[in-house]
Design a protein around this ligand. Structure first.
Ligand SMILES: Nc1ncnc2c1ncn2[C@@H]1O[C@H](COP(=O)(O)OP(=O)(O)OP(=O)(O)O)[C@@H](O)[C@H]1O
Length: 461
């Protein structure tokens, strides 16, 4: 339930809007002039949304927005007689939507719903930012991500040996650093090394260090990362790429808690929590004798699997909103919004590079995209994948034998899905285009088992 303030001097339209909003379960307050609205807003508490007529008796709606400045809550302008310049002025002042009178109930309620959803998303982003500042930087509210967060919270304060698995760019390093920050070791170093990034002798040198004269270039003694991480956490990324012989040396350190620098005779005690990550199938590598089984069990008493982004699509709107807001701020650009079709395209894309790819794209869109960011601002793989998906009708020549009924159902299903995606799940538009009524459309959608991809909204206007 949201608090909505209606500012409208036409009593009939006013009563109608109030009734529609109350039917939706909102708490509605109403006034008939800009002056009264200003008093209500100044007195607080602020409503979540203001529905504002432009032409009012004394001051106009625009005057009200101007007078309230930054304190003006999110607003939808509802007007029949606004001139283009008034509408443009309102848009420039950042109003959320402009609904022209006379409006249909559906158009009106759809605008209110979209606006409230957008506000809720922005609020969530702010809340996440606050959480980020407190060190909880993993975003995501999908069931899959919540499961990961629960595992992290439980394992972080223990001595549990964690192996993080997942595709590249899913956030394995972020999981490791979150474990560190939620553990008792948080004030101590979090040190990381990518085992795939260096040749074997360099990894050995990085991990264990050397004494002076250990090899030709060793003019100074060097502490290895185990010593650097003393008291804290050492994150071994891409552990599956570690050389087989080196794995034995690593195992010894993990078992004894002692390291010996290259060329040294002396051992040094280290207190390090090792967290490893990989996107390889270590079990398969054990079978092929490319990874040591004993090291695997030493590292992996608690496996945490980070799901790929395509398996938690419901997190995409939040992540995209979060990153676009952040990059606009970082690059000192005006905040940009996303057109609903753009968001749908992003939710539908399969994200082979996971969050890293999404984050990079958000940076590009915040710099090069228009406002709102439109589908043709998207790079061609995303744009064409979605376009292909939405025009992907059956190839009859490739079909296997099936009953005529099954074939008809399949055709209908694919056709309806295509139309729904193309119209951004606008039931009214689809029903109109197909010359059927809306309840029949709903019946068909349910009967054929058509499901909206998570994160996509349907509209009834
Ligand atoms: N849940 C998340 N919320 C917010 N940002 C995330 C999340 N997961 C990952 N990121 C961001 O995505 C980028 C990639 O994450 P990270 O480097 O942790 O992935 P990775 O799985 O370790 O990748 P690789 O396997 O290639 O090393 C980083 O910039 C990280 O901040």
């Amino acid at each position: 339930m949201s608090r909505v303030l209606v500012v409208e001097d036409n009593k009939k339209i006013f009563a109608h809007m109030v009734a529609l909003l109350r039917d939706e379960g909102h708490e509605v307050d109403g006034v008939h002039s800009a002056e009264a609205a200003q008093m209500v807003l100044r007195a607080g508490p602020l409503p979540h949304l203001v529905l504002l007529d432009i032409r009012l008796e004394k001051q106009s709606g625009i005057d009200l927005i101007r007078a309230m400045g930054k304190d003006m809550p999110p607003t939808i302008v509802i007007s029949g007689e606004a001139t283009i310049s008034e509408a443009l002025a309102a848009l420039r002042m950042g109003i959320h939507d402009f609904v022209e009178k006379p409006f249909s109930d559906e158009r009106f309620l759809c605008s209110v719903r979209n606006c409230l959803e957008k506000i809720a998303l922005q609020e969530k982003v702010r809340e996440l930012e606050a959480r980020r500042e407190r060190g909880q930087s993993l975003l995501g509210e999908s069931a899959a991500m919540r499961r990961v967060l629960t595992q992290i919270t439980k394992v972080a304060p223990t001595k549990g040996r964690v192996l993080i698995t997942g595709e590249s760019g899913t956030g394995k390093e972020l999981v490791a650093s979150t474990i560190h920050h939620l553990s008792k070791r948080r004030g101590k170093p979090f040190v990381k090394i990518n085992c795939a990034a260096f040749p074997v002798h360099l990894i050995e040198d990085e991990l264990f260090g050397h004494v002076r004269g250990a090899f030709t270039d060793a003019r100074q003694p060097k502490r290895g990362l185990f010593e650097e991480a003393h008291g804290g956490t050492l994150f071994l990324d891409e552990i599956g790429d570690m050389d087989y012989a080196l794995q034995a040396r690593l195992l010894r350190v993990l078992e004894d808690g002692k390291v010996r620098r290259i060329g040294d005779t002396q051992e040094r005690e280290v207190d390090v929590r090792v967290v490893a990550a990989t996107n390889c199938d270590l079990q398969g590598m054990i079978a092929e004798q490319k990874f040591r089984e004993d090291l695997y069990y030493r590292l992996a008493s608690i496996p945490i699997e980070v799901p790929p982004l395509r398996e938690r699509r419901e997190d995409i709107p939040l992540l995209v909103t979060y990153y676009i807001e952040n990059f606009c701020r970082e690059h000192q650009l005006r905040a940009k919004s996303l057109a609903p079709e753009t968001l749908n395209a992003l939710v539908n894309y399969h994200w082979p590079g996971n969050i890293r790819e999404l984050k990079n794209l958000c940076e590009r869109l915040s710099i090069f995209g228009g406002d709102p960011i439109a589908p043709d601002d998207l790079p061609s793989p995303i744009f064409s994948e979605v376009a292909e998906e939405s025009s992907g009708l059956l190839r009859i020549s490739e079909l296997k034998a099936m009953s005529l009924k099954a074939f008809k159902n399949r055709c209908e299903k694919e056709f309806l899905e295509t139309m729904l995606i193309r119209t951004n799940w606008n039931y009214v538009e689809v029903a109109k285009a197909l010359e059927i009524n809306r309840s029949y459309l709903h019946q068909k959608i349910t009967g054929l088992g058509i499901q909206r991809k998570k994160g996509l909204k349907a509209t009834e206007s």
